[in-house]
Design a protein around this ligand. Structure first.
Ligand code: SF4
Length: 508
């Protein structure tokens, strides 16, 4: 990518600089965007990108000039005749981003040393599927949805195809209003892991260092569940999906897992065939006893997450287990008769080549798990990597890795069924869940598509309080620190009871 540290924005409106912030950061990681007022003044600093934005007087459009390393690049973006419904403010922001994106294309053109622009065009949000879903729900045919994504959001044809495939495949799993009023999803967070992976940005702590907090934590978690579950059951709401994540829930003993699963089953009314997932983020935390408990208590999906099948990389990223552990864990889960196994992989881990990534995905496909989830490595603020200098793939190499892994999975019969993006992912990559037919994880779809009332319990757990009438949404997160969570437990539970009451009141 072009190495830029600062963008100076000259525009009629100060908000324009803010609108461009995410777009510019996506293309120039770490860039600072500064609004310099209305009138453009010559700033001949080297390597600076200077944007001169002018709103067109008639019709919606923007004229953008970019000054970069002594050259000027201009683009005039006008609204197309073929429009689709979107709030006026969104349309303006999209047009502005589009104008800048296309002017930037001029900056990159013919410069071999630069990898190019993001295949996600002007989309900087985490849920591109929502745009495609809205278009489909307005009755647009696939061809038109694809055209809109490519022309109006500048998404590459390949990504547009991926998004529409995911959205069309999800149709049967998206609750309608009637269904969404009846059943909810729940999430339980166990924020302990055997050790902390170097790339981790979750609120997870090492059980070796913080294990003394586990008993209190479980007690607090059970209290939160019991108080809220009473309100849920009183209002005859069923539970459709249960997801136990973290952290690594399988750091719990078989007995602790049993108590937690029993509490869930006794406190909520689980729908017949409700989906229960347990993440065994680290393969070395599984054993026969834990799996027996899970099977007995209705767990139908277990995640055994290798991230990579390269032993050297596992050491480098602080996973603390071997490739052999992954094979053993997979075998144990199969023997236990859990019907769906998911395996998470990360594309773009430090020091890995395209060949390493290709070998990893082939090795996992050979095992034959029902679900495989591909993540593009995201370097978030909390990760240790943030403070160290590591070698990561650039846009071209990372894109090749993503294309090879996605292609291999599709050839092997896996279909993409949910998708989301994260900021600061390598190669502007996306996270995609793949599944063999009829093994899709409902909870994952519901979390991303936000059409189900989801209550999160425990440290860092997110809740999605939706209003079914207009699908409006309020996201709420529990504290990320165990001490703070325990101290505020009563208030947290009381707030959720209120949300449950409001959900029922608003929707019936
Ligand atoms: S297993 Fe997952 S939650 Fe635990 S430290 Fe590693 S990345 Fe973080």
């Amino acid at each position: 990518m072009l190495d830029m540290n600062e963008a100076l924005v000259f525009s009629e409106a100060a908000e324009d600089a803010q609108v461009l912030f995410d777009l510019l950061r996506a293309h120039f990681p770490g860039i600072k965007v500064k609004h310099c007022g209305k009138r453009y003044e010559d700033t001949s600093g080297e390597g600076l990108v200077v944007l001169h934005i002018k709103r067109m007087l008639t019709g919606l459009g923007f004229e953008v000039r970019i000054y970069c390393e002594g050259s000027e690049y201009t683009h005039l973006e006008k609204s197309r005749d073929e429009v689709f419904s979107e709030p006026e403010i969104n349309r303006e922001r999209r047009m502005l981003r589009l104008a800048v994106f296309r002017a930037l294309a001029g900056v990159f053109e013919g410069k071999e040393q630069f990898a190019g622009l993001s295949p996600w065009g002007v989309l900087t949000g985490v849920r591109p599927t929502k745009i495609a879903r809205r278009l489909f729900e307005e009755g647009f045919a696939t061809e038109r949805v694809l055209r809109h994504l490519v022309l109006d959001y500048a998404i590459s044809p390949e990504k547009a195809e991926l998004v529409t495939t995911v959205v069309q495949g999800q149709t049967a799993f998206i609750p309608d209003k009637k269904e969404a009023k009846k059943a909810i999803g729940i999430y339980l967070g166990i924020p302990f892991c055997p050790s902390r992976c170097h790339y981790c940005s979750f609120p997870a702590v090492s059980i070796k260092k913080m294990g003394h907090l586990l008993a209190d934590y479980l007690e607090g978690l059970k209290k939160e569940i019991s108080v809220v579950a009473a309100a849920v059951s009183e209002r005859n709401l069923l539970v459709q999906t249960v997801y136990i994540g973290g952290g690594t829930p399988t750091v719990l003993s078989a007995q602790e897992l049993r108590e937690l699963l029993l509490l869930v089953k006794q406190s909520f009314s689980l729908r017949a065939g409700a989906e229960i997932t347990v993440e065994a983020g680290r393969p070395d935390t599984l054993n026969e006893d834990k799996l027996r408990v899970m099977k007995e208590l209705g767990v139908g999906r277990v995640s055994v997450n290798p991230q990579t099948m390269q032993g050297d990389t596992l050491k480098r990223i602080g996973r603390g287990h071997t490739v052999e552990d992954i094979f053993n864990a997979y075998e144990l889960v199969r023997k236990a008769g859990i019907s769906v196994i998911n395996m998470d992989l990360i594309v773009g881990l430090p020091g890995e080549t395209v060949r390493d990534v290709e070998e990893t995905v082939r090795s996992v496909v050979n095992l034959g798990p029902e679900n495989i989830t591909l993540h593009a490595l995201a370097i978030k603020r909390a990760a240790l990597y943030r403070q160290s200098s590591i070698k990561l793939p650039g846009l071209r190499e990372g894109s090749t890795m993503m294309a090879i892994t996605q292609g291999t999975l599709q050839e092997a019969g896996y279909k993409p069924y949910y998708l989301y993006r994260q900021k600061e992912s390598i190669a502007q990559g996306e996270n995609v869940g793949y599944a063999l037919p009829d093994t899709e994880c409902l909870y994952n779809i519901e979390m991303i598509e936000e059409r189900r009332f989801i209550i999160g319990f425990g440290v860092g757990a997110g809740s999605k309080f939706i209003n079914v009438r207009d699908w409006s949404l309020h996201n709420q997160y529990n504290p990320k620190d165990i001490g703070v969570y325990l101290a505020r437990l009563d208030d947290i539970a009381a707030m959720k009871v209120d949300k449950v009451k409001a959900f029922v009141y608003n929707n019936f």
